[in-house]
Design a protein around this ligand. Structure first.
Ligand SMILES: C[S@@+](CC[C@H](N)C(=O)[O-])C[C@H]1O[C@@H](n2cnc3c(N)ncnc32)[C@H](O)[C@@H]1O
Ligand SMILES: O=C(O)C(=O)C[C@]1(C(=O)O)C=C[C@@H](O)C=C1
Length: 245
């Protein structure tokens, strides 16, 4: 299916803070590919990591699933038996479109699609949890409790795949990564005006943190072996493990 081009901030932009509403849903595949360097690599590897770490008789979660890109990647790669996928998002517009996408998919691994606030979600018996550019939209003060609940809902040997936009403590490095991200968006066809408007729209709702902050929070929750497995400019993905018994 042809993807609608993201021109949301080109003319007559939405007013106020960025929200994941129908306007965003209609252009989301194009928006995220042209905004997040390495996005498709991350999605592809989520499938491979789920194949490697999904355990029979457990669940694999996609928290902040949007249109289900990570869910589909896992669904087509998981080999373990009796695995259930759980895809959660609190945007009804996203969930409605995600349902259409999943219904059109041929894979047979069952998917439980839930429109709910993931901060209130029951997370149980999880061998794989994916949070792809979702934690950054959760208020910083509530991230620790959420990561702890995710850890508690995981089985021994389970893996969390946490992808996030990053800030850097070194001001020069932070400015360089921000500039390279800006250039990435320009090479993908966004105008200076679109980039500036989008930046203003997300600055109060997308709160990035440093790699060190993420690693400390994960360690405090009990995760071990946390490693940065992907980074392109100021976009990254981490693996964190719940120790085996
Ligand atoms: C950048 S998108 C995630 C992209 C998606 N994981 C992917 O890889 O294509 C962030 C998503 O998180 C969802 N979200 C934000 N806060 C949430 C919350 N408290 N509960 C559930 N979903 C949430 C948004 O509705 C949005 O769909
Ligand atoms: O940082 C930016 O400029 C972005 O557009 C990033 C980002 C994200 O990381 O979620 C913001 C909103 C959209 O979901 C797509 C990409």
């Amino acid at each position: 299916m042809a993807e609608n081009k993201d021109t949301l901030y080109a003319t007559d932009p939405p007013l106020g803070d960025f929200v994941f509403d129908q306007q965003v849903v209609d252009v989301f595949p194009d928006m995220i590919k042209r905004s997040v360097p390495g996005y498709m690599t991350i999605i592809h590897m989520v499938g491979q990591l789920a194949e490697r770490y999904a355990q029979s008789g457990t669940r694999c979660y996609d928290l902040g699933c949007s249109l289900g890109a990570s869910t589909l990647a896992m669904r087509h790669r998981i080999q373990a038996a009796d695995v259930e996928l759980v895809a959660i998002d609190n945007s009804s517009d996203m969930i409605n479109r995600c349902k259409i996408v999943l219904d059109a998919d041929s894979a047979e691994v069952p998917v439980a699609l839930r429109c709910e606030d993931l901060e209130q979600s029951d997370i149980e018996n999880a061998s794989v949890v994916v949070m792809n550019f979702t934690l950054q939209f959760i208020p910083v003060a509530r991230r620790e409790a959420l990561i702890r609940r995710i850890y508690q809902g995981m089985v021994p040997g389970g893996v969390l795949i946490l992808s996030e936009k990053l800030t850097f403590d070194n001001a020069h490095h932070d400015n360089l990564m921000t500039e390279l991200h800006h250039y990435f968006k320009k090479t993908n066809g966004y105008s200076e005006m679109e980039i500036a408007r989008k930046r203003n729209a997300i600055e109060n709702v997308l709160i990035p943190e440093s790699l060190e902050s993420h690693k400390a929070r994960l360690a405090n929750a009990g995760f071990t072996g946390t490693e940065l497995w992907f980074q392109c400019f100021n976009f990254s993905s981490l693996l964190a493990f719940k120790p085996s018994e």
